[in-house]
Design a protein around this ligand. Structure first.
Ligand SMILES: C[S@@+](CC[C@H](N)C(=O)[O-])C[C@H]1O[C@@H](n2cnc3c(N)ncnc32)[C@H](O)[C@@H]1O
Length: 743
């Protein structure tokens, strides 16, 4: 029984009844007379004697005078009588039930008494005449909510219980401990100086699967005795003490929540609790784990239950720190139940995947139906072990604090598998698993006289950076046999790796980088070898303001690169901040570009809809757009938006529009092949392929949105081209639009 489900038929063990439309209807004696008049058999609230006996028999002895308040037609008193607890007085407001119960037990329990009385003014009961007052569901029924009427009702019940109890006597209340009950009952009795204890009763079929039945024991102490608040909520647990009523209530509520989720999960009701946050505490109240259950919708799950341990440091990321992110991850796990576990109460470096697994296993038993628990699998993502302990080979080069991103460290270690090089990385403390910047350094060569490593500015450690450069290489001015001055604007400096690379590798480049965080600029200059020159400038500014300001001036750029990230790791769109990709902003960027200009955007989104919106905006504003995805397991996509006048530099001097207008298959074919076979760069010293154009360009989606073809759509044109080059007969399609994807 719980208030708020008014007017509904509720099935409770022994039968059905209708909850009054106003929960306060339980306070009306007429309701109860009707209730009992319509049923002959016992109606048991919150379980029977057997289920609560373990706790009750700890606190009720044969010598006790027991008053059962709101006894109804429960068989609890009769069962207690048979076990030797014979001094029982049952009280109820309903004359109907008192008459019936008196008749039922007259012969079989001759010493048991039944009185009609009101629990809020027990006129038939003398002061301090009972050593136990037992209440099963009556306080819950009469204190319906947190209204003033209920508050007064709670006060009256507690005062009357206090009046009739002897010193050292106990008020034992079996309750669902709803929030309002908890606050009014516990606070009231604590104010009266009672010692408080909380236990949990395991009721097999409570009314609702998520209901947890508590048994509070309030012991009447001598005035002035210090307040004692104890609890023993798990069967195997020891009694633990709380410092304050607030702490006691918080722990009860937390346990209630954990158990209600566990019950639903055990009953297979994963849908009811999907995504709920469940905090797991140790017996001292230390928060150990936060768990999030999910039910992926997969047809034939491979696993029963899985526990996905969130790698340390990743719990604030979109994937693991948001409901949407976790749901996305859970969808990729073929299991009936996925339980994400965020490790909270262990300090970094003191735990490993195995230690968390060992620790969590007993908790998972509480949450999984037994057949799923038997096949429980623990998962994490690949980099879990790496971040639990800092690599012993990592040397801390510098530690500092940025005003916008907080503490950071610059670390250095030998490059794995290459004795000639070192790796230097920038790590922010709030995302220790994300390498913000990485640079390769060449160790000083023996006999070179230098002790310092040299920054290798011609090496790009990330595939996404290589993709950006693969696109840059296609700019007409850079791909021409004699390179021309090429003005580049790069929003988002980071450690300056890309800025240094563009400056170093393209001697005709003039690079301007914009960075919002002055600390990052300092790090790039001090620890990552960035050098300011007449071809390389850095502005400390918000990129949005810089672009708007630049539009008012004369300056135009050949290439604009947006490689800025959002500062909130919980956003699904990590790069770029969404404001850069509004149609208005994209138009501003387009106006900032020279006629054959190129916009390159690093997009990192965990949510496909956010990435699609960006792609649509870019295509709407720019028309021709290429998209490259760097590698299968990488989430970055590089968007390359081409100004209308752009054409691949190596396209025989014809612009793209002309080559398509001519309807020449050869021109188009040449153009597509050209894109695919472009950009191969080797490191001459090591023979390493630095840029593998064909590898990326094969993975390019091309969106054309300029319907400049006459007589046929571009879709038809490209379809024909693809059919011809793949050896099939050309087939006309009747696509309704002019947007084409060719890969
Ligand atoms: C939720 S039932 C609990 C019955 C029983 N304790 C059990 O566990 O099955 C609440 C009981 O309190 C009784 N009751 C309601 N108002 C009362 C009042 N003011 N004084 C005494 N009994 C009351 C009802 O008649 C009913 O029997």
């Amino acid at each position: 029984m719980a208030p708020g489900r008014a007017g509904k038929h509720v099935s409770l063990g022994a039968g059905k009844f209708i909850i009054p439309s106003d929960p306060k209807g339980f306070q009306d004696p007429k309701y109860w007379d009707q209730f009992f008049a319509s049923r002959n058999s016992a109606f048991e609230w919150y379980g029977n004697f057997l289920e609560s006996a373990e706790v009750l028999c700890r606190y009720i002895k044969a010598k006790d005078d027991i008053l059962v308040i709101g006894s109804g037609n429960s068989e609890l008193s009769g069962e207690m009588y048979y076990t030797g607890l014979k001094k029982i007085t049952n009280m109820d407001i309903s004359q109907v039930v008192i008459d019936r119960m008196t008749k039922k037990y007259r012969d079989i329990c001759p010493d048991m008494k039944f009185v009609r009385d009101d629990v809020t003014k027990m006129s038939t009961i003398k002061d301090e005449s009972f050593s136990v007052v037992l209440d099963k569901a009556t306080f819950d029924a009469l204190v319906a909510d947190d209204s003033q009427v209920s508050e007064e009702m709670a006060e009256k019940i507690c005062s009357e219980v206090d009046r009739v109890l002897k010193h050292g006597g106990r008020y034992i209340c079996v309750t669902l401990a709803q929030k309002h009950v908890l606050n009014q009952l516990v606070q009231n009795m604590a104010n009266k100086g009672y010692a408080v204890r909380a236990h949990v009763i395991n009721v097999d079929s409570p009314e609702q699967p998520h209901d947890v039945v508590f048994c509070f024991v309030f012991t009447k102490m001598k005035p002035g005795f210090p307040l004692i608040l104890d609890m023993q909520l798990g069967q195997a647990e020891k009694l633990t003490r709380c410092d304050s009523v607030a702490q006691f209530l918080r722990r009860v509520k937390e346990h209630q929540h954990v158990q209600s989720v566990a019950r639903c999960l055990k009953l297979g009701r994963y849908d009811v609790v999907e995504g709920e946050q469940v905090k797991v505490f140790d017996t001292k109240g230390t928060h150990l784990y936060t768990l999030y259950p999910f039910k992926p919708s997969v047809r034939k799950p491979r696993f029963g239950a899985t526990c996905f341990i969130i790698p340390p440091g990743r719990s604030k990321s979109y994937l693991y720190g948001t409901h949407e992110g976790r749901r996305e991850v859970s969808q990729n796990i073929s299991a009936q139940l996925v339980m994400f576990a965020d490790v909270v109460g262990a300090s970094k470096g003191t735990f490993s995947f195995q230690s968390v697994k060992d620790d969590l296993t007993p908790h998972m038993r509480n949450f999984c139906p037994s057949k799923l628990f038997d096949s429980l699998v623990f998962l994490s993502d690949g980099d879990f072990p790496e971040v639990t302990e800092q690599s012993t080979e990592d040397e801390v080069i510098y530690e500092g604090t940025s005003l916008s991103t907080g503490p950071y460290r610059v670390l250095q270690r030998p490059a794995p598998g290459n004795s000639l090089y070192l790796e230097r990385r920038l790590i922010f403390e709030d995302s220790p698993n994300v390498i913000q910047t990485e640079m390769r350094l060449q160790k000083p060569l023996p006999g070179s006289g230098s002790l310092l490593p040299i920054f290798d500015k011609e090496y790009l450690p990330s595939d996404y950076q290589r993709c950006i450069v693969a696109a840059v290489l296609n700019h007409r001015k850079l791909a021409a046999p004699v390179q021309e001055d090429t003005k580049m604007l790069l929003v988002g400096l980071g450690g300056g790796i890309l800025t240094s690379y563009l400056h170093q590798v393209f001697p005709t480049s003039i690079v301007e980088a914009v960075e919002i965080d002055p600390a990052v600029v300092e790090i790039a200059l001090k620890y990552f070898g960035l050098q300011i020159s007449n071809r390389c400038a850095v502005h400390v500014a918000d990129g949005l303001d810089f672009i708007k300001q630049a539009e008012t001036g004369e300056e135009k750029y050949d290439i604009v690169i947006i490689d800025a990230d959002t500062k909130d790791p919980k956003l699904p769109l990590r790069c770029p901040p969404v404001e850069f990709m509004s149609v208005i902003m994209l138009r501003t960027i387009k106006r900032l570009l020279n006629p054959d200009g190129m916009l390159i955007v690093n997009i990192l989104s965990r949510q496909s809809s956010a990435a699609t919106q960006i792609r649509n905006n870019i295509t709407n504003v720019f028309g021709n757009t290429l998209y490259m995805s760097p590698l299968d397991d990488d989430l970055n996509t590089i968007a390359v938006a081409l100004h209308e006048n752009y054409y691949p530099a190596d396209c025989g001097g014809e612009c793209l529009e002309n080559s398509l207008r001519s309807k020449s298959k050869e021109a188009l074919s040449y153009w597509l092949e050209n894109l695919r076979c472009f950009n191969q760069m080797m490191d001459e010293r090591t023979g390493e392929v630095l840029l593998d154009g064909p590898m990326w360009w094969k993975r390019v989606d091309v969106n054309f949105s300029i319907p400049f073809l006459i007589g046929c759509t571009l879709q038809e044109y490209v379809d024909e081209h693809i059919a011809a080059t793949s050896g099939r007969n050309g087939q006309e399609t009747d696509s309704p639009d002019s947007t084409t994807t060719a890969a």
